[in-house]
Design a protein around this ligand. Structure first.
Ligand code: ADP
Ligand code: MG
Length: 230
């Protein structure tokens, strides 16, 4: 892959999405075009129900758009099978959600190791990578803690370490600080910012926090199915 700053990591082309609801069809996204370049951190804001999660799920190949194409690191994802999609996702995309979604029976370290083991990294290598990542996120003293023994902000930092464990090109985050108090939200965001910038990972981050949204490289506003760049 090119290290060129202009390299397109994610390109959504003419995306429209319609949900079949009980008595009607709901058009959530209407002819959306977004390009995210290498290392860019982009925020996605918009009212509740405007389609932010839908857009992230489509970008992450978790949901198929009704119309349109998704290009991930230049590759058209339209006609690839589920296995190829899972591989593309596993090696290119890290997901962070509003709740940490860590496995409660595993330690912080094991939670970060898991996606690497799934992608075929050896146990020894996964362990040393995970320790390094957790340390980058300020969690060097939390390796053996289970999620129940971590604060909300610490759990989200473990979730971020897990999301970047397979060196993805892109992080998709759906309100990653939505469950945190303002101070922890800022703290988690500052660490996320530092880490993704140092690793040159692109991000698309849905948030209701306008202060955080405005501090990213670009801010996209989703309303009535359309994107406006702010
Ligand atoms: P946001 O994340 O901005 O709050 P969502 O993408 O979750 O918005 O939802 C956008 C709209 O699509 C909402 O009106 C929601 O009710 C509807 N919606 C989301 N998922 C589905 C689904 N699986 N089936 C039907 N309607 C859905
Ligand atoms: Mg949502």
């Amino acid at each position: 892959m090119s290290d060129d700053i202009d390299f397109e990591i994610l390109s959504l082309k003419n995306i429209s999405h319609i949900y079949d609801q009980e008595n009607h069809k709901l058009k959530v996204l209407s002819n959306i075009n977004i390009v995210i370049k290498k290392g860019e951190m982009v925020s996605l804001i918009g009212p509740s129900g405007s389609g932010k999660s839908t857009l992230l799920n489509i970008a992450g190949l978790l949901e198929k758009p009704s119309i349109g194409s998704i290009y991930l690191i230049g590759k058209n994802c339209k006609n690839i099978n589920e296995e190829a999609k899972a591989n593309l996702r596993g090696s290119n995309i890290g997901f962070v959600f509003q709740s940490h979604r860590l496995f409660p029976e595993f330690s912080a370290l094991e939670n970060v190791m898991l996606p690497q083991l799934i992608m075929g990294t050896s146990k020894k290598q996964a362990e040393s990578n995970s320790k390094e990542l957790l340390a980058m996120l300020g969690l060097e003293k939390r390796f053996s803690h289970r999620p129940a023994k971590l604060s909300g902000g610490e759990s989200q930092r473990v979730a971020i370490a897990r999301a970047i464990a397979n060196s993805p090109n892109l992080i998709l985050a759906d309100e990653p600080t939505g469950n945190l108090d303002p101070l922890s939200a800022q703290n988690v965001f500052d660490i996320l910012y530092k880490v993704v910038k140092s690793l040159n990972i692109s991000c698309l981050i849905a948030t209701h926090n306008l202060v955080l949204a405005k501090s990213m490289d670009r801010c996209l506003f989703l309303e009535n199915g359309a994107i406006k760049e702010q």
